[in-house]
Structures are given as C-alpha cells and as structure tokens.
Design a protein around this ligand. Structure first.
Ligand SMILES: [Zn+2]
Length: 231
C-alpha cells in the first residue's frame, strides 16, 4: 500500500515537476534516478578495471598505508562526471551523491573486511554555506548498502585550507597536513575505516585525513572510497 502510494506520489510530482537528467536535462522515466539511461550508459566507469584500481592505489604508495581504493567514475575536466559533481555541490542535490554512493557500494567486493564508514569532513563554515557535506551524502548511500555504521563528526576539520590551487603539488601536501583531528580515537580503535570523499585528484586531502586516523587511532586500518577519481 505504502509503495503504491509512493509510486502515485512520484508519478503526480513527475507531471507537475518533471525530474530531469542532471547531465542532458531529458525527462526521467520510472526506474531512472538522477541520470537517464543513455547518459548512465556513457559514463566512464572505473570499477572493475584493474589497471585503473592499481593506478589509484599507487597515488598513496610510500606516503600512507591504504588497504583498498574504490572509485566509481573517471573524472576529467569537462566530462559528464564533472557535471554530476557540479550538480551535487553547486545545485544542492545531495540525493544524487547518496544515489551514486549506493551504486559505488555495489561495486565493492563482499570480502572487503570494512567495519565502519567515515566521511571526510568539510570545514564547518563551508558546510553551513553549502547546507550539507557531499562526502557525508555519498557515505549514507554506502552505509545503507554495505550495512556498516556511519561515523560522522568523529573526525573534524581544523583549518580552512583556502586557495589550495595556488600551490604546487608538494606545497599542497604541506598545506593540508594536520588540518584534521580525530576527536573520538577510542571509538575507532581496531576498526577498518572506509574513508569517503567525492573526488580523488592529487589525493592530498584524503591522504592527510587517512594519515591522521592512522596516527591517532591504535590498530586502525584505512580504505578509501570516492565517487570519482582522475586516472
Ligand atoms: Zn541524460
């Protein structure tokens, strides 16, 4: 009954406010979520491509110990993945992030060994301005499918590392170092944390967050999941 009502409500709303594909703006039909079938088919998926996965892990070699790196899409300037990320962040559509979080979760092998999920925090000022943390929204989708607890606010962001783009790659690592603090290390002890962010480019921000977890929490392991990565 409830499901029938939901379908009815969705169909009615669809007529009044048709849901559009966040890439091509075509009207979505039943069974399509946020992206139409044609656009979804064309998206550059990373998952399952061993070469891409190895390339992503290499980002952290010799810097910080990361167990697994999971990423759904290949992000390139101007591609459709950038359009999706833009819609999430700047058109305030966190539900797109949660949806793709569930898709990402389904690509993670069953023997992952993960025990909890931690989203990379935004600076509170930035989160207030945006109204949500996109990493948290992705983490919600992952948590629902993987059936793992989601620990928000166990890690906080200290400084506002603005105008990062002015720095060289090396300086960027220095700039983001120690901007995170684990506020509840006891509760994360011996956990295998899945650290979640929206996009992996240089890896500097997520590396800093992972390093902080590995330093502050005894017996902790860290894996990474992002919606997109530049491979
Ligand atoms: Zn489309």
């Amino acid at each position: 009954m409830n499901q029938t009502f939901n379908h009815l409500l969705r169909s009615t709303l669809q007529v009044i406010y048709p849901e559009l594909c966040c890439i091509c703006q075509a009207n979505l039909v039943r069974g399509e979520y946020h992206v139409c079938t044609a656009c979804a088919f064309d998206l550059p998926y990373i998952t399952g491509n061993q070469q891409d996965v190895t390339k992503l892990s290499k980002l952290f070699w010799g810097r910080v110990t990361i167990e697994q790196v999971h990423s759904l899409f290949n992000y390139q300037k101007g591609n459709h993945v950038q359009t999706i990320l833009h819609a999430i962040k700047y058109k305030s559509r966190p539900r797109i992030a949660t949806h793709f979080g569930t898709v990402l979760a389904k690509s993670i092998p069953a023997d992952h060994g993960l025990t909890c999920i931690v989203p990379v925090p935004l600076h509170p000022k930035k989160e207030r301005k945006r109204g949500f943390n996109q990493s948290q929204a992705i983490a919600e989708g992952l948590s629902a499918v993987l059936e793992l607890p989601l620990y928000n606010r166990y890690v906080i962001r200290n400084a506002f590392n603005e105008s990062q783009t002015k720095f060289s790659k090396y300086d960027r690592y220095e700039n983001v170092r120690s901007i995170f603090t684990v506020v509840k290390p006891k509760l994360l002890e011996k956990q295998h944390v899945l650290l979640v962010d929206d996009v992996l480019t240089t890896g500097a921000t997520i590396e800093s967050c992972a390093a902080e977890l590995l330093t502050a929490v005894p017996g902790c392991k860290v894996s990474i999941a992002t919606l997109a990565a530049r491979v």
